[in-house]
Design a protein around this ligand. Structure first.
Ligand SMILES: NC(=O)c1ccc[n+]([C@@H]2O[C@H](COP(=O)([O-])OP(=O)(O)OC[C@H]3O[C@@H](n4cnc5c(N)ncnc54)[C@H](OP(=O)(O)O)[C@@H]3O)[C@@H](O)[C@H]2O)c1
Length: 334
């Protein structure tokens, strides 16, 4: 009989405390710093913005000790241990390199860049500088995904069904072609990453796209075959709400992860004979989950490691390689 393993995720509060420098003061920067302040002993030490006014406003909100009116000044602060890059996707490469050039460790929001070439370049610079570098793919650091990581080999997953669709107001950057708009980078990262996590690299991928009213790509249906023979059926959208669930199916077991599958929450495992096992952790949004990855990073830094085995750069690079293929198929511009 299969029993659910327990999560091995250490208590985030016991991770060594780092002095974080927050680069960019938008939506996710606010969520990330809230998660750190509520759930860890990590210090939101300094913030950097393109304007002094916004740096000071945000710095007050998150109780940062220092507020810089340029990203250059932030990364130059000798007391900052690590930079968290929270700018739009098409600036990740530039801002990761800025931090690395200043000798800083760096955690870069997802996706780590907008092409395989950019992601590889970040990895090369980080390796040459000997600094820690990781894509902030927080989902895999949640206790729920540690339990799933232990289950996946037993389930012998041969199908992944996953979606992520959400409404945004028309003024959101996700509709802005100049900020790499569309669902692929913001949301497609999740279904694609978990499908590759469970099925291995795609040996083939086919995507179909449909535009949003303003002409940027609005939704994608993606079919992939993994290197271990399984298949993925994935969807992402900025023009409609979808369940945002994930299913991992094998011959004898099926796991359905409650929506939103990428946040803290539960899942149900059903066996072929009808037995049901339920995993539950408190449901929470970003503020209740973004800190697990930060605590993991702090533990790696404390022992001199420059990468995470949970989200190695090679995985981030492979994701961007697949996204390059999808963009070419659907005609999503650089
Ligand atoms: N992990 C997650 O669950 C999650 C959720 C949402 C977003 N994200 C990722 O986080 C990144 C930022 O998303 P967000 O929703 O926080 O975006 P946002 O609210 O628009 O904030 C982005 C920030 O980047 C800075 N920035 C630098 N150059 C900019 C430019 N040319 N235009 C606009 N802003 C610029 C701005 O900060 P200053 O004005 O202070 O310089 C801005 O506040 C994206 O890559 C996204 O994929 C991750």
């Amino acid at each position: 009989m299969l029993i659910l393993p327990t999560a091995r995720t250490p208590d985030p509060r016991t991770a060594p405390s780092l002095r974080w420098g927050i680069l960019g003061t938008g939506w996710i920067a606010e969520k990330f710093t809230t998660a750190l302040r509520r759930n860890t002993t990590q210090r939101v030490y300094a913030v950097g913005s393109r304007s002094q006014e916004s740096a000071e406003r945000f710095g007050r909100t998150v109780a940062a000790e220092r507020a810089y009116g340029s990203y250059e000044a932030l990364v130059a602060d000798p007391d900052v241990d690590i930079i968290y890059v929270a700018t739009p996707h098409n600036y990740h490469h530039e801002h990761a390199l800025l931090a690395i050039a200043a000798g800083k460790h760096v955690l870069v929001e997802k996706p780590i860049a907008v092409s395989e070439a950019e992601a590889q370049d970040i990895a090369n610079h980080a390796a040459a500088a000997g600094v820690f570098c990781m894509e902030a793919f927080w989902t895999l650091f949640l206790p729920k995904y540690d339990v799933l990581a232990q289950l996946v080999p037993d389930i012998e997953v041969d199908a992944v069904l996953a979606d992520m669709g959400e409404h945004f107001t028309p003024d959101h950057r996700i509709f802005d072609p100049a900020l790499a708009g569309g669902p692929l980078f913001d949301m497609g990262t999740y279904p694609l990453s978990i499908a590759m996590w469970a099925l291995g690299d795609p040996i083939s991928v086919t995507a179909y796209g449909a535009p949003a009213p303003n002409g940027v790509n609005g939704q994608l249906a993606i079919a992939m075959q993994g290197e271990r023979g399984g298949v993925g059926a994935l969807h992402t959208s900025i023009v409609g709400e979808t369940p945002t669930t994930a299913t991992f199916a094998g011959l004898n077991h099926t796991v359905v992860v409650d929506g939103p599958f990428y946040q803290p929450g539960g899942f149900t495992l059903t066996t072929r004979s009808g037995e049901r096992l339920r995993y539950d952790e408190p449901k929470a949004a970003h503020e209740g989950g973004l800190h697990f990855q930060a605590a993991a990073v702090a533990r790696h830094l404390a022992v001199g490691e420059t990468a995470s085995p949970i989200r190695p750069l090679a995985d981030s690079i492979r994701l961007l390689r697949v996204m390059d293929t999808i963009r070419a198929q659907v005609g999503i511009p650089d």
